[in-house]
Design a protein. Structure first.
Ligand code: ARG
Length: 261
């Protein structure tokens, strides 16, 4: 009996050691779920991501699909709060965050960024009859500014006047950029600071609004990835490079933002 017990213990030990060894030496999967590329976005940001029926389309959705195809992965897009994308990438809930997301030094502490695939400009939207004519008059007056929570527009505006913002007290945060624009249209805020391309489509969709000529800040957009997954970062960057060189990415951008003329 004792002998049998010893044998069982011995076999158990060998099995556990074997398993431990296997898990150390087995190569980690490239993505969170084998065979899939899970992208987190916030799909109220045309022309980068928005709903057409129940499908998420736009520049980011199409570029991500092209990258996933190159990597032999199936793209799955999850629509989440913009504010939760980076944390979800850090905790390996998503493989990539792609949401017209600006590369900033602060975000770089938390995640890796791919090479950039587009440029964004922070713009100021006001009502057509507004006394706000440029960034200086916005900063000087006692105006309330609407922003999308956690975006660079929020970060810039919430900083102190010395740093080019209006300060926390004058910033009103919304979950979606369009909600900030609706608040502007109904007089709840005096201006909205948001990326220029979504700004254009929000202004088109709401009467009585205009974008000020003076852009506020120029930014680079990129995908963000978990800091530990440099293998996926390399593969994504190679795919982005190839897709730029073969004209795929320029064509996607041109489709959604036709160049004038
Ligand atoms: N470019 C800005 C940022 O990175 C705004 C992005 C908002 N994106 C979105 N899909 N809602 O902070």
């Amino acid at each position: 009996m004792k002998n049998l017990l010893n044998k069982i213990i011995a076999v158990g030990l060998i099995l556990t050691m074997g398993l431990a060894f296997a898990s150390c030496s087995s190569k980690k999967d490239l993505t969170v779920q084998k065979g899939k590329l899970i992208m987190a976005t916030n799909a109220y940001f045309p022309p980068y991501e928005y709903y057409e029926g129940d499908k998420i389309v736009g520049i980011d959705a199409e570029i991500a699909k092209a990258v996933a195809d190159k990597l032999g992965l199936e793209l799955e897009i999850q629509d989440v709060e913009f504010d939760s994308i980076i944390a979800g990438v850090q905790s390996n809930k998503y493989d990539i965050g792609m949401a017209g997301m600006t590369v900033t030094d602060e975000r770089k502490q938390a995640v890796n960024f791919s090479s950039t695939y587009a440029t964004g400009i922070q713009s100021i939207i006001v009502t057509e009859d507004s006394a706000i004519t440029d960034i200086d008059s916005l900063l000087e007056g006692d105006y309330k500014v609407g922003v999308q929570q956690g975006t660079t527009g929020d970060i810039y505006m919430s900083s102190s006047t010395e740093d080019g913002g209006v300060g926390e007290e004058r910033v009103v945060r919304f979950n979606k950029g369009n909600d900030a624009v609706l608040a502007l249209a109904s007089g709840k805020v005096d201006a909205v600071v948001i990326d220029n391309e979504p700004a254009k489509s929000f202004v088109e969709a709401n009467e009585g609004l205009k974008i000020l000529e003076t852009p506020y800040a120029v930014e680079d957009y990129a995908m963000c990835l978990n800091k530990d997954n440099t293998e996926l970062l390399d593969q994504v960057n190679t795919a982005l490079k190839e897709l730029t060189e073969d004209g795929t990415i320029p064509a996607i951008i041109e489709k959604y933002i036709p160049s004038e003329g």
